[in-house]
Design a protein around this ligand. Structure first.
Ligand SMILES: NC(=O)c1ccc[n+]([C@@H]2O[C@H](COP(=O)([O-])OP(=O)(O)OC[C@H]3O[C@@H](n4cnc5c(N)ncnc54)[C@H](O)[C@@H]3O)[C@@H](O)[C@H]2O)c1
Length: 291
């Protein structure tokens, strides 16, 4: 008996790194898996590689069931085809893991519009579109009276939660994914959908140069993703977890701190004085990565 027997799981960017580990871990728990990967370089530019088919082979060799999908999840067509592939191959979709993405790191003064757009597009739109297509399917299922116990796991980053020097485009996209997660969790609970996010840390091609001493493996992150993607996580939604090696942390997000109110409109000077008082009474923020 596997934790995900009878479930169908789609994982984006699953041709290597974290996505590959998630896909294999789901298959090992009995899920049938759609392995999506466009097969691009670390900067998102075209690559001759087609890693999704390789991961499908690995899963089949281990006795599991999987199919490959090679589309771009940041396009309407690619996202629609991802959901359709699950339905055509396996007749259902239960869990979506949004994971695909790439980096174009630059300090803000050198960050060109193309590199900003490409990174925001692949991460933020590349989460939004598969999410929307999957949710449309689950809403139709719920409306047809069929029980839905659907799960979405989005992938944010410490960069999105705390900021990261040289990653303005990426941090903005990953922070956006947290906002999207909260809205999706609130809007889709009524259809039987749970939406959570993880901020992983593991040694992959994305981190091997910048964080050379990061030794934790993608396979260390996948158990939490599999649990979130199973029916065992019933009741957990709209939350963000960090996962690195053997350490799991639930992140506690923005919440109101010290507050001041005035019965009349503040003058700028009064507002500044009040703000300094609030700052003095508040918890200092955690440092931005890279500072
Ligand atoms: N590795 C870490 O420590 C770390 C930390 C924080 C967040 N993340 C996030 O985890 C996710 C996976 O990262 P990784 O480290 O495994 O990177 P990776 O480069 O090893 O894997 C990402 C995969 O996504 C695929 N991809 C890129 N654009 C795509 C698209 N438009 N459609 C389909 N597939 C596409 C690539 O071909 C690649 O195989 C990313 O969202 C990344 O930002 C990773």
């Amino acid at each position: 008996m596997g934790l995900c027997d009878a479930r169908v799981v789609a994982v984006t960017g699953a041709g290597r790194g974290l996505g590959r580990a998630h896909a294999r871990a789901f298959a090992a728990e009995g899920a049938r898996v759609v392995v999506n990967d466009l097969g691009v370089g670390l900067d998102g530019r075209p690559d001759a590689d087609s890693p999704a088919a390789r991961v499908v082979e690995e899963i089949r060799e281990a006795g599991g069931e999987a199919v490959a999908h090679g589309g771009d999840v940041a396009t309407e067509e690619g996202a629609a085809a991802l959901v359709r592939t699950a339905l055509d191959a396996f007749g259902r979709l239960d869990t979506l893991v949004n994971n695909a993405g790439f980096l174009r790191d630059r300090m803000l003064v050198n960050l060109g519009e193309d590199d900003f757009d490409a990174v925001v597009r692949v991460h933020l739109k590349g989460h939004f579109l598969p999410l929307r297509h999957a949710v449309a399917h689950w809403r139709a299922e719920a409306k047809a009276g069929r029980p839905v116990a659907a799960r979405v796991i989005n992938t944010t980053s410490g960069a999105g939660l705390l900021g990261s020097v040289g990653q303005g485009n990426y941090a903005a996209a990953k922070a956006g994914i947290v906002g999207l997660t909260l809205v999706a969790a609130a809007e889709t609970a009524r259809y039987g959908v749970q939406v959570n996010a993880i901020a992983p840390a593991a040694r992959t091609r994305m981190t091997e140069r910048t964080f050379a001493d990061l030794a934790a493996l993608p396979e260390d992150v996948s158990p939490l993703v599999v649990w979130l993607g199973s029916t065992a996580s019933a009741g957990v939604t709209g939350r963000v977890f960090e996962a690195e090696g053997g350490r799991l942390t639930v992140m506690e997000g923005w919440r109101p701190g010290p507050t001041a109110t005035s019965p009349t409109r503040w003058t700028p000077g009064e507002a500044g004085e009040a703000a300094l008082g609030l700052l003095a009474a508040s918890e200092p923020p955690l440092p931005v990565y890279g500072t």
